[in-house]
Ligand binder design. Structure first.
Ligand code: ADE
Length: 344
């Protein structure tokens, strides 16, 4: 089954960096939403600049598509430095990390995506690097083993993860700022879409049309911008470039996105629980097996939004449809008594 869907907030391999990058804010005052985080970061950046020191290490966690990578670039830009981007799985051995760290210039940003997937052996190298900008390398082994200390330039580590719970406590405690990114509300998504439509050169689309896209973007700027590009294509081909509410509705219908922003994969997930498992409770593994889907995709990509929007409940005994989901799908709802019994 296709997991490369339009509503997947994870970056798609087909999405060229260029098209996504053009819409990314580069300065902190251009950044829309996540106000509390932006305020904390502005202070930390300014403090770092005043003291000519790198900014403190930052750990960002939250669902994909909410701006973790963008923020790493914004921070580096504000510090007048460069971003070196890598990921937990790419740093397979200690030597990979040593090579990356020794390439950093003073005050650069090292961005490690999926930091929860950093191998344990590599994690140990990173502690002295984060604390003292020093890497301890053991050369030789047995009787002749010696530790050599290599200094690296002062840098800021920005770790990003969708699974904060999987991070070890010692790693987590070495970040000066830890922040959870939340889904964006429709007003912020609307502002992002108005900004993006300008950058894409769309002839001032009506705000009402942009608000329709905002309402179906699952609180995620990456999805909003991706839908905007689909709408622009549809309008260019079918309406001489003129965006209207009707054109947006038709473009999104063509993409299989319903009025709540659910796509076919969401509906198939909810539909499987509704029809095969009678609304649940059911274990995620069973749902994944029935759908022939990967457990991780369902957990990281499909479930967060369904949980947050009240379509899905996680109970002690497994996943369960809520009344809102059952109504949306047009199936029988669990009785109030049944639902209550699961939460006791
Ligand atoms: N594009 C994507 N995310 C954005 C944000 N948070 N602010 C401004 N533009 C964006």
């Amino acid at each position: 089954m296709a997991t490369e869907r339009l509503m997947n907030p994870a970056t798609l391999p087909t999405e060229t960096d260029q098209s996504a990058n053009a819409l990314r804010p580069t300065r902190i005052d251009e950044y829309i939403g996540q106000r509390d985080l932006i305020e904390r970061l502005s202070i930390a950046i300014q403090a770092g600049r005043q003291r000519a020191e790198p900014m403190e290490h930052v750990l960002l966690h939250g669902p994909p598509g909410l701006g973790k990578t963008t923020l790493a670039h914004v921070i580096a830009n504000e510090m007048g430095s460069k971003v070196h981007a890598t990921s937990g799985p790419a740093l397979a051995r200690g030597t990979d990390l040593v090579a990356t760290l020794t390439r950093l210039e003073a005050n650069d940003v090292l961005f490690i995506d999926e930091i929860h997937r950093l191998p344990v052996a590599v994690e140990e190298f990173i502690y002295p690097a984060m604390e003292d900008f020093r890497i301890d390398v053991t050369i030789d082994s047995g009787l002749h083993a010696q530790t050599v200390q290599i200094n690296c330039k002062p840098f800021t580590l920005i770790g990003a993860t969708t699974r904060a719970g999987l991070l070890s406590a010692p790693l987590r405690s070495r970040f000066g700022l830890v922040h959870h990114l939340r889904y964006y509300d429709s007003r912020d998504l609307l502002k992002i879409l108005m900004r993006s439509s300008g950058i894409l050169g769309m002839a001032s689309p009506p705000e009402s049309s942009m608000a329709i896209i905002a309402g179906r973007s699952r609180g995620t700027p990456r999805i909003a911008n991706r839908l905007l590009r689909r709408v622009r294509d549809f309008a260019d081909v079918r309406a001489k470039g003129k965006v209207s509410d009707d054109i947006v509705e038709r473009a999104l219908e063509l993409e299989g996105i319903d009025h709540l922003g659910l796509d076919e994969l969401d509906r198939s997930y909810l539909g499987t629980i509704a029809t095969i498992y009678e609304g649940g409770p059911v274990g995620l593994e069973a749902v994944a097996a029935t759908m022939n889907q990967d457990v991780g995709t369902l957990e990281d990509v499909v479930e967060p939004f369904l949980l947050q929007s009240g379509f899905l409940a996680r109970t002690r005994r497994g996943r369960m449809l809520t009344r809102a989901a059952a109504e949306h799908l047009g199936v029988d709802t669990p009785t109030a008594a049944e639902a209550d019994a699961l939460f006791d």
